[in-house]
Design a protein around this ligand. Structure first.
Ligand SMILES: Nc1nc2c(ncn2[C@@H]2O[C@H](COP(=O)(O)OP(=O)(O)OP(=O)(O)O)[C@@H](O)[C@H]2O)c(=O)[nH]1
Ligand SMILES: [Mg+2]
Length: 460
């Protein structure tokens, strides 16, 4: 943590500018070994937080590498809380790399993925959930995901967790007092009651956060949504219609799609990973059969299913077999080709199909797509309003910690009800505290921290 690190912080590729970020106690010193001002003179310092024009030379000061704007940001009010220098040069592959090489030659170390943010965390400027939010913010693909990440970065979750931990601490203290005066039975009674009552409030809070995690995960990772149905019902046509581009091949030959086609889709702010699959049927064709098996495997892992039927053909055994698979799943039933004379009789479908929403559409005439999008949105959010995205739990890691804290507190309540000795009850509260601490990065092990930051991109 002591050494000075550098990385190219902008994405590779041709661009107007590229930025190299340096952090650590020697940032300024090393940067100045390469920097010359507009009179081509070396300087002994740079003004804090001022963008200054100049040039970067190689370390022998013989050749100009690029014209730059340089900015020195003095510790501690910086991204990492250390001294930081950012060099803005021209974009593209060459300038940024050559400047990096010069810095490395001067003994600056290439930063590991996420190392700047890791330093911000280890130096106490961000807690762990906020550091994770930085990554989410960068990788978010829709407005809603972005909102959720921003809420977390601004510390919504941290604040909730800290408040709950403070309350738990108070309860532990109350129990402590009671233990110290354990001869007086009335005090104990009051404590048992009071602690139990207040614990219920905290449990309610935790439960609410856990409930939000379901939607939160969707916003972060995208919801795996699979289109299934027998061949030729219009699955690929639906994929194309939702993407608003001709992504999948559409023909009137049953068995057109052999492989899984996967695309990201932003559906009214909800990130979906949309999958078009081979029509499911028994087939002798080897390639098609592999496609069908693949479709079935992915089906198992999908969060959401769109099952398609063809209004112009009667219900077949293939339809019924597929239908069997979706009975217990979060699914929409889509009857396509509503423009054609109807041959499909809903009476041939199983009764429980009523549990799912059934939509009639015609992709040919572009009828019913709006309703379909709306139905998807409602299914995803269970009809709840989605504008609470800033107050959502988006990480499995956080969700698990919350669930463990909940279990511990429920154990605690049980122990209180049974009038177990208070020092015994305290163990559960201690556990709940620790679990909540994991979210914000207190009481976490080093390997977990390493693991989290290793998923970051270089330069962040
Ligand atoms: N009349 C009518 N034809 C449609 C409609 N939607 C799709 N089709 C046609 O149905 C045929 C099959 O469409 P696809 O999208 O390839 O069907 P699929 O389910 O992907 O078929 P496979 O990949 O073979 O499983 C094509 O000829 C489409 O033009 C519709 O709403 N009405
Ligand atoms: Mg297809």
């Amino acid at each position: 943590m002591e050494d000075t690190i550098a990385a190219i912080s902008t994405a590779p590729g041709e661009s107007g500018i590229g930025i190299i970020r340096i952090s650590g106690s020697e940032s300024l010193e090393k940067a100045l070994m390469l920097y010359r001002n507009k009179e081509n003179q070396s300087v002994s310092s740079l003004e804090n937080r001022k963008l200054t024009y100049g040039k970067i030379f190689d370390s022998e000061a013989t050749a100009v590498i690029d014209e730059v704007l340089i900015c020195y940001m003095k510790a501690p009010h910086t991204y990492t809380t250390e001294d930081v220098v950012e060099i803005q040069c021209h974009g593209g592959f060459v300038s940024v790399r050559r400047i990096m090489q010069q810095l490395l030659a001067l003994g600056v170390r290439a930063a590991e993925p996420g190392e700047f943010t890791k330093r911000a965390f280890l130096n106490g400027r961000l807690d762990l959930s906020q550091a994770e939010a930085v990554m989410d913010l960068i990788s978010s693909k829709t407005e809603l995901s972005h909102g959720a990440a921003l809420g977390q970065l601004e510390g919504y979750l941290s604040r909730e967790v800290k408040t709950m931990r403070n309350k738990l601490m108070d309860l532990m203290a109350a129990m402590e007092v009671s233990i110290d005066f354990s001869e007086e039975e009335d005090i104990d009674e009051v404590t048992y009651h009071g602690v139990e009552e207040k614990t219920h409030l905290i449990i309610g809070k935790i439960q609410k956060l856990i409930d939000s995690a379901k939607t939160g995960k969707i916003l972060r990772e995208g919801l795996k949504t699979i289109i299934v149905g027998k061949p030729n019902v219009g699955k690929s046509s639906l994929m194309n219609a939702l993407l608003k581009e001709t992504r999948a091949i559409v023909t009137d030959i049953p068995g057109t799609t052999r492989d899984v086609i996967e695309e990201q889709l932003n559906l009214r702010g909800i990130p979906l990973v949309l999958m078009d699959t081979a029509g499911i049927r028994d087939t002798e064709d080897l390639v098609e059969r592999i496609g069908v098996d693949r479709a079935k495997q992915l089906f198992e892992k999908a969060d959401l299913v769109m099952m398609m039927l063809d209004a112009s053909t009667p219900v077949t055994k293939d339809d019924l077999d597929i239908m069997q698979m979706i009975q217990k799943r979060k699914a929409l039933i889509i009857i396509n080709k509503a423009d054609l004379p109807t041959a499909l009789s809903q009476e041939d479908l199983p009764d429980w199909i009523e549990d799912h929403q059934i939509l009639k559409i015609s992709l040919l005439e572009e009828e019913g797509l709006d309703q379909l999008e709306e139905a998807l949105e409602n299914l995803i959010f269970d009809g709840e309003k989605k504008d609470r995205e800033k107050q959502m739990v988006t990480h499995i890691r956080h969700q698990q910690a919350l669930e463990n804290a909940l279990i511990a507190l429920e154990e605690g309540i049980k122990a209180l009800k049974n009038r177990m000795p208070l020092d015994f009850v305290q163990v559960d509260y201690q556990e709940a505290m620790e679990q909540l601490g994991i979210i914000i990065g207190q009481s976490v092990k080093e390997d977990l921290i390493d693991h989290i930051f290793s998923n970051f991109c270089i330069g962040k």
